[in-house]
Every structure is written in structure tokens, then in C-alpha cells.
Design a protein. Sequence first.
Length: 133
Amino acid sequence: MKTQLQTIWLHPAAPAKPAPGQACNGCGVCCAAEPCPVARIWLRQRQGACRALQWSDDHQRYRCGLLLSPATYLRWMTYLPSFLPPFVRSGAERLAQNFLQRLLQRLFRRWIASGIGCDSDVEVQIQNADLKP
């Protein structure tokens, strides 16, 4: 198998990538290297860093935006209640959005195996880059 070199940029405080099979620690390497199958289907992104990859200052780790807030990345979710009849729309609009968001979060968490273990075989080489103006 041919080795492909790729440069990815991560937050300086990101944790080191765990070995494959160890618990996910939110290092972001896998998502920065290529989009997962969920992002390929739902975000229609085939290459590059996943645009749903988010850095969390509070947790000091990367997190999946599709798990945190699917409606932020799936714009069609905000239009869904407009298809409801007007007499139902007032109360059911928020309920329908919350239900759909929780459903997608559960499905996405299962499909990407969030928190199960590292399945990335990417080899990381850290390079110190002195970025001076």
C-alpha cells in the first residue's frame, strides 16, 4: 500500500492521538485527515478536513458538530416545520425540531461509534513550525 503524506492543522492544545483501539480522546486527527462516512453522506463532503469538526475550549478537545447541533450543519432541519399545517405548527414546530435533532444525534453517534475507540490508522508526525510574521 502506498503511503500518502498529508498536512493537517490542529489546535496546539489538542490531545495526542491514541493508538488504534484505545478510547477516543478528541484529538481530531481522524476528522482533520478526512470526513467520516456520516459527513460524506449527510454533508456531501468527500475530502479534506470535516467541516463539522469543532474545537471546544471548555473541554480542550475536538468534538463533532453533527453530534452537538445537527441543525447547524443540516439546514433543511430549520425548514421542516414549515411543512406542517398552520394549526399544528405553533406547538409542534419546536417539538418536531427537538425530536428530529435528538433522533439524528443518536443515529450519528452510533454510526460514527462516538466514544467507542480510535479507529484511525493515521500515523502522526509532529513538526514544529515557527510562524513568524
